[in-house]
Design a protein around this ligand. Structure first.
Ligand code: NDP
Length: 464
């Protein structure tokens, strides 16, 4: 028996914390997981899961329109926001139950309270005032939306947290930001019939993605009727006399909207956790600094997921948790692998990507071959929809390795997941060429682009 109350104490019941706690408990460790809000974390409660449900909901309008080209006459349709949010709440309740059950069934103790550190091995349970000790501690408290507190009127704005539970659907919304959340919610709200405007400070949305994906999605969103304002930011938000909000932008424009949503990144959730008392080091953005094994500067305290601000994605937090288990409880030091992470933006159309954008690859490789195809997917022929798909392979000429794959179009996320396996395995363009196509699919395009669309030498396009 150790001198501590627990072998492992986890603060934060999200994807990373629950995984680490559940697996550690299944190995016979004495584990407690403290969560102040709801189990499941951002992803389950107010992130990936409800977002994807809302994406599905927002696509029906187009499905109804497309049906006509296929011979269907669809009757009058209507949408009920409260029905959607109630159904979403039920599903989230079910998932939260599964998270709790997973912990309980493996013998972990659930503590429904905020927990704060008092020292390297000591934790205070806020609801009861009880103080407990643990041999190892994991901080997995995730992140929170950047409130943009310097913006006059930011208190009138919502973040993604509130967007899931608005009492009623606004007639119009202005969304600030050009990243995952801004782009996904712009498409969701537009699909649900809300007049939608997106305002972004940069020259093109989705700054960390391949230029073709950025431009292709931008074009598709505008064609749907979403207004996109670039190189501008909100300067002030005030309540309008006639109701709703009035927004002044840096370029001097005045915009009116029922709701203003800020999607300007997420900050690590480290305030008031007692990290100073335990001596845990933070970086300038307030993220917990960890080594390659997710260990903080205090040897028995670890941190996983968004609170470390490495890569803010659920599967990454889960992977980091599994690496912690291998390293600490299976005597198999395993560092999380953050290379070649496939990712998707659930915009409409979706963006699915793995590896380097053309622009990033051009900085790393002297010679590249770019294979690019833009086409109308088969489904859009009879429906008459103008939507285009874009597929792109970035190939290092010297090694023939595919260093980036980018897909814009329906189910791009599903395709990117599978492409992730190939790229991880070090696939070459010749492997793509040797792969038989499945006809008729959209993804067959990925294995039938035989000649480069263009080549790059030291970052510049060259003619053959
Ligand atoms: P992102 O980092 O994706 O985007 C933040 C956006 O806000 C960027 O466009 C950024 O501009 C802009 N921005 C930041 N600060 C300011 C400022 N002061 N003024 C104006 N604009 C600003 O963050 P999100 O909030 O969209 O999402 C948070 C994270 O959650 C993502 O990074 C992602 O990892 C994760 N996520 C993943 C999803 C998925 O996997 N599908 C879905 C949703 C979230 P710039 O680009 O110029 O820096």
């Amino acid at each position: 028996m150790t001198e501590y109350d627990y072998d492992l104490f986890v603060i934060g019941g999200g994807s990373g914390g629950v995984r680490a706690g559940r697996v550690a408990a299944s190995l016979g460790k004495r584990v407690a997981v403290a969560e102040e809000y709801r189990f499941g974390g951002t992803c389950v409660i107010r992130g990936c899961v409800p977002k994807k449900l809302f994406v599905y909901a927002s696509q029906y309008n187009e499905h109804f329109e497309d049906a006509a080209g296929y011979g269907w006459a669809v009757g009058e349709s209507s949408f009920d926001w409260n029905k959607l949010t109630a159904a979403k709440d039920k599903e989230i309740g079910r998932l939260e139950g599964l998270y709790r059950k997973g912990l309980e069934n493996n013998g972990a103790e659930i503590i429904a309270s905020r927990a704060e550190l008092m020292g390297p091995h000591t934790i205070r349970i806020i609801n009861t005032g009880r103080t407990v000790t643990a041999e190892k501690i994991i901080i997995a408290t995730g992140g929170t939306p950047n409130p943009h507190a310097s913006l006059p009127g930011h208190e009138f704005c919502i973040s993604s947290n509130e967007a899931f539970d608005l009492p009623e659907l606004p007639r119009s919304i202005l969304i600030a930001g050009g990243g995952y959340i801004a782009v996904e919610f712009a498409n969701i709200f537009h699909g649900l019939g809300v007049e939608t405007t997106l305002i972004y400070r940069g020259k093109e949305i989705l700054s960390r993605f391949d230029q073709d994906m950025r431009q292709g999605l931008h074009t598709a969103m505008i064609e749907k009727g979403i207004r996109i304002i670039l190189t501008d930011v909100i300067e002030e938000v005030t309540k309008a006399v006639a109701g709703g909000l009035s927004v002044k932008t840096m370029s001097g424009e005045t915009l009116a909207a029922d709701t203003v949503m800020l999607a300007l990144g997420r900050d690590p959730n480290t305030l008031g956790l007692g990290l100073e008392a335990a001596g845990v080091q933070l970086d300038q953005r307030g993220a917990i600094v960890v080594d390659k094994y997710s260990r903080t500067n205090v040897p028995n305290i670890f941190a996983l997921g968004d609170v470390t601000n490495r890569v803010q994605l659920t599967p990454v937090a889960i992977h980091e948790a599994m690496c912690f288990i291998e390293t600490e409880y299976k005597n198999n030091p395993t560092a999380p692998d953050h290379d070649l992470i496939a990712t998707a933006v659930f915009s409409q159309p979706e963006v699915g990507t793995v590896g380097l954008s053309e622009e990033e690859a051009a900085k790393r490789y002297p010679e590249l071959e770019i294979y690019r195809s833009e086409f109308r997917p088969m489904k859009a022929t009879l429906s008459g929809r103008s939507e285009k798909m874009i597929m792109k392979l970035v190939v290092d000429t010297a090694s023939r390795k595919v260093v980036g794959t980018h897909i814009l179009g329906q189910d791009a996320g599903e395709m990117a997941q599978l492409m992730g396996i190939s790229l991880k395995a070090g696939v070459t363009k010749d492997d793509f060429d040797r792969t038989m196509a499945i006809h008729p699919t959209a993804s067959e395009e990925l294995v039938t682009m035989y000649s480069p669309s263009y080549r790059l030498k030291n970052g510049d396009r060259v003619r053959d």
